[in-house]
Design a protein around this ligand. Structure first.
Ligand code: AMP
Ligand code: ZN
Length: 117
C-alpha cells in the first residue's frame, strides 16, 4: 500500500475523503480543519506525501516554500492579513502532530488559545 492509500491527508488531497476545500492547485491543497481551534482554522498541505519536517530533503525546498506562499495567499484571500494570523507546524508526537503528512495550520481571529503553552 502506498501513502496515498492509508494517509488521511493524501486521501483528502485526492478527493477520496471529502473536506471543505478552500483552495487547490498542482502544489498544495487547503481545507478547513474539522476541529477548529480559532474562528478561522485552515490546513495547507503539499500534495506530495512528506510525513514530517524530519523527512525533508534539499529537493523539497521549492515545494515547501511554495506551500508557505500558498498559505499567505489564502490568508490574504480570507482577509486575515490586516489583523494578523498564526501559522503552526507541529512536528512529531510530542509536539502534537497527529497526522503524519506535513501541514501548515493557518489560524485567524482574535484571542488565540492554541497551540497551548
Ligand atoms: P496535527 O495535530 O498538527 O497533526 O494536526 C492535524 C489536524 O487535522 C488537527 O487539527 C485535526 O483537527 C485535523 N483533522 C483531522 N481529521 C481531519 C479531517 N478529516 N478533515 C479536516 N481536518 C482534519
Ligand atoms: Zn499523505
Amino acid at each position: 500500500m502506498s501513502a496515498a492509500d492509508h494517509c488521511l491527508f493524501c486521501r483528502i488531497v485526492s478527493g477520496a475523503i471529502p473536506a471543505k476545500k478552500l483552495f487547490e492547485d498542482d502544489i498544495a491543497v487547503a481545507f478547513a480543519d474539522i476541529n477548529p481551534q480559532a474562528p478561522t482554522h485552515v490546513l495547507v498541505v503539499p500534495r506530495k506525501h512528506i510525513a514530517t519536517l524530519d523527512d525533508l530533503t534539499e529537493d523539497d525546498s521549492l515545494l515547501i516554500g511554495q506551500t508557505l506562499v500558498r498559505a499567505s495567499q489564502i490568508a490574504r484571500s480570507l482577509e486575515l492579513s490586516s489583523e494578523g494570523y498564526r501559522t503552526v507546524i507541529n512536528n512529531g508526537e510530542a509536539a502534537g502532530q497527529t497526522v503524519f503528512h506535513i501541514h501548515i495550520h493557518l489560524l485567524g481571529g482574535r484571542n488565540f488559545s492554541w497551540p497551548p503553552g
